[in-house]
Design a binder for this molecule. Structure first.
Ligand code: CMP
Length: 140
């Protein structure tokens, strides 16, 4: 019953997709346990994506992720990591399955609207990047 981290990226907020994406989360039975709207500094975007440092897309990714407000989500429910990844679809919108968020709304591998943790370890680290423990609703 681990929580996972979701991010609605600057392209999703700019295009007013927050409500649509939250509806998809609610309708899928996943549980919203934490939510914040914030604007990442370049420094924080660099830290958050530090695992990608040195890759060809890193600089551009950092610019993009600090280019406007984002919504960070602590998402719970049984199998939350996998289920949120299934809702998002593959990283590259062109390769994502139909009816996934990235397939429907993503415009490039960078501007792919949403982020999700890829393992329980990453979920723990990524959630603690944005939320204190007392900012996340306890499991019922
Ligand atoms: P995300 O799930 O947030 O994790 C890393 C992000 O880097 C990814 O989604 C994409 O937005 C971005 N990115 C840009 N180019 C690439 C690429 N070639 N391969 C993987 N991720 C990329």
């Amino acid at each position: 019953m681990a929580n996972t981290l979701g991010i609605i990226k600057p392209d999703g907020v700019r295009r007013k997709l927050v409500g649509t994406i939250l509806s998809k989360i609610e309708n899928s039975g996943l549980i919203l346990r934490g939510m914040k709207v914030l604007h990442l500094s370049k420094d924080d975007a660099e830290k958050f994506y530090a695992v990608h440092e040195g890759k060809s897309f890193y600089k551009s990714l950092v610019e993009f992720m600090s280019s406007g407000p984002i919504v960070v989500l602590a998402i719970g429910g049984h199998g939350s990591i996998e289920r949120w990844r299934d809702l998002m679809g593959a990283t590259d919108p062109a390769k994502a399955k139909y009816n996934t968020i990235r397939r429907e709304y993503g415009t490039s591998i960078e501007k792919n609207v949403v982020h999700g943790s890829d393992s329980p370890e990453t979920a723990k680290t990524e959630i603690s990047f944005f939320f204190r423990e007392d900012e996340i609703l306890p499991k019922e």
